[in-house]
Every structure is written in structure tokens, then in C-alpha cells.
Design a protein around this ligand. Structure first.
Ligand SMILES: [Zn+2]
Length: 98
């Protein structure tokens, strides 16, 4: 692709033409880059109804024995913590991940 463009660039010669080519190329690259980035960004789905299961990524740790549990599905954004050693487990998910 680059090889096929080279004769065109060489033939265009003039500074104005080269500038236009550069601007167009930059615009195309920017558009493609934004499209690629947009592909990574999933639209935030609307909040599910209360009680409806949703994906969560919460890490809980037992305050007594240290056991850690990851919750992946819950019926609330901040569900009741699970229990271990007869006690509620502590939420240890970093705030950034919530
Ligand atoms: Zn425990």
C-alpha cells in the first residue's frame, strides 16, 4: 500500500498538493484511530431494574480467615456481602473498579 502511494506522492510535487495529501492522510488516520478506540468503548447499558441480575466485579475478603471471594453476578450494584466464618465479608474491591 505504501509502495503504491509513493509514485503518486512523488508526482504530486507541489507543496500545496503534499499538504492536502498530508491533511487527508491525517484525517483518515484520525478517523480510523477513533473508530478503533470506539470499538473498545462499549456503550454503558442502562441500569437494570432492581432485582434483575447484573454483571459486577466485586472482591470480598473474610475478615477472620482472609479467604477472598469474587462476585461476578449480583442483583444489585452494591449487593449484600457474602458470609464466611459466620461473619459478613469485607468488600476489598478498589474503588476504581466499581
Ligand atoms: Zn473466613
Amino acid at each position: 500500500m505504501v509502495a503504491s502511494l509513493t509514485p503518486i506522492l512523488a508526482a504530486s510535487g507541489g507543496t500545496v498538493a503534499r499538504t492536502i495529501v498530508a491533511v487527508v492522510a491525517a484525517a483518515v488516520l484520525l478517523k480510523v484511530g477513533m473508530a478503533v478506540l470506539g470499538g473498545f468503548a462499549r456503550p454503558v447499558p442502562g441500569l437494570p431494574d432492581p432485582g434483575e441480575l447484573r454483571k459486577v466485579r466485586l472482591l470480598y475478603q473474610c475478615t477472620i480467615c482472609g479467604t477472598e471471594v469474587r462476585m461476578t453476578t449480583a442483583n444489585d450494584e452494591v449487593p449484600e456481602p457474602p458470609r464466611h466464618c459466620m461473619e459478613d465479608m469485607a468488600l476489598v474491591t478498589p474503588v476504581d473498579d466499581l
